[in-house]
Design a protein around this ligand. Structure first.
Ligand SMILES: Nc1ncnc2c1ncn2[C@@H]1O[C@H](COP(=O)(O)OP(=O)(O)OP(=O)(O)O)[C@@H](O)[C@H]1O
Ligand SMILES: [Mg+2]
Length: 355
């Protein structure tokens, strides 16, 4: 379970937009996703089509009560396939006062404790934080293993970000757990010189900490939020959908680099068979990260016929792991139409997982 806090004390930099739309893309990709709305403004809740006034219990009820760790499950709302929400309410703004008499150590542990019983239920938990570094954000940082800091390229203030990173650094020292922090350029309008320069500065300052993906300004993102649906459900070919899908793909890939699905060369290779069907093609090869993207290198091929359609069968020997690949059909690179991980936005990629 990857718990990712979306944090920046600056208002309006795209925290909620990132949360909702990244969640929508990850869910559309088949992952189990939970969004936790930690902002009393309840923008993620609204943006996922839930009226905070109409829910009986919200995150406050979980965090305010001692032993609330049994209860997170009770407040979850099923938003759409693969996507659940822990809704917020304005009452969350009273949490700090309510817990004032508790030592900071236990006050900031509440969300982490509440999430523990759900370990394994979700692939991704996204925490949408309010624009302040108070108790709610501390709870998020304690519960998270990764942090995304959205940075506006239209109104960028490096000073605020340095301060935030300092805060996160202090927290990491105090709680002794590692947080992977990455910054995400948002609200990018490549037509303005200011935005281009700002993006350059962000990349220069943050280097590897910066996502390759940039979220462009796109009015469809506002419209989708107003309608209460993630952009992939509202306008799947809009720039906003393409950018958030790219972010989902990048995040998945980063997880794989750190995770356990990397090829394990100590394990014996398995025989993997993939098939490509096409009536017109006369030459079909396969290339991927398993053969250094050299078409058909190390691959056994068979050509069969299936009711008049030609079927190219490719037999690979691969250790368990996850591989990206493409077909080369008469010299043209193509995605696998059968690949289950081809994204709905057209940002296709073919992925093979060998267990
Ligand atoms: N890439 C984008 N293109 C167009 N509009 C955007 C984009 N990102 C965010 N917005 C709009 O900008 C406003 C602020 O964005 P958002 O609510 O995501 O920021 P936030 O950081 O969550 O704000 P807050 O700090 O108040 O929680 C919203 O109206 C949102 O629809
Ligand atoms: Mg917000």
């Amino acid at each position: 379970m990857r718990v990712i806090a979306i944090v920046n004390q600056k208002g309006g930099c795209g925290k909620t937009t990132t949360t909702i739309n990244l969640a929508g893309c990850l869910a559309a990709d088949g992952h189990q996703v939970l969004v936790i709305d930690l902002d009393p403004q309840a923008h993620s809740t609204l943006g996922l089509g839930i009226d905070p006034e109409n829910v009986d219990e919200n995150l406050y009820d979980v965090l305010a009560e001692p032993g609330g760790d049994q209860r997170l499950n009770d407040i979850l709302v099923d938003v759409e396939e693969n996507l659940d929400l822990a809704p917020a309410g304005i009452v969350l703004s009273a949490l700090e006062q309510r817990l004032a008499s508790e030592p900071i150590e236990t006050r900031a542990e509440r969300l982490r404790a509440a999430l523990a019983p759900l370990d394994g239920t979700y692939d991704y938990v996204l925490l949408d934080c309010p624009p302040s570094v108070g108790l709610l954000t501390f709870n998020a940082l304690r519960a998270a293993s990764e942090v995304i800091v959205p940075l506006e390229t239209s109104q960028f203030a490096i000073h605020g970000v340095e301060k935030l990173l300092e805060t996160i650094g202090l927290l990491v020292e105090r709680i002794g757990h590692d947080l992977t922090v990455r910054v995400l350029p948002t609200l990018y309008d490549g037509r303005t010189r200011y935005a281009r320069e700002t993006l350059g500065k962000i990349r220069e300052r943050f280097k590897d900490m910066c996502f390759d993906t940039v979220i462009r300004s796109n009015v469809k993102l506002r419209e989708a939020a107003a309608r209460g649906v993630p952009i992939v459900r509202y306008a799947r070919s809009a720039n906003g959908a393409i950018d958030h899908s790219a972010l989902a793909v990048e995040l998945e890939a980063l997880g794989l680099l750190a995770g356990d699905e990397l090829p394990n060369l100590d394990e014996a290779p398995r025989e993997v068979v993939v098939r490509f069907r096409d009536q017109q093609a006369s030459d079909v090869r396969i290339a991927g990260d398993f053969n250094g993207w050299v078409p058909d290198k190390g691959v056994r091929s068979l050509i069969e016929s299936e009711g008049g359609t030609r079927v190219w069968t490719k037999i690979l020997q691969l250790p368990p792991g996850r591989y990206e690949y493409r077909y080369v059909v008469d010299g043209e690179w193509r995605e696998d139409p059968d690949s289950s991980e081809t994204l709905p936005t057209g940002l296709a990629r073919s992925v093979l997982v060998v267990r």
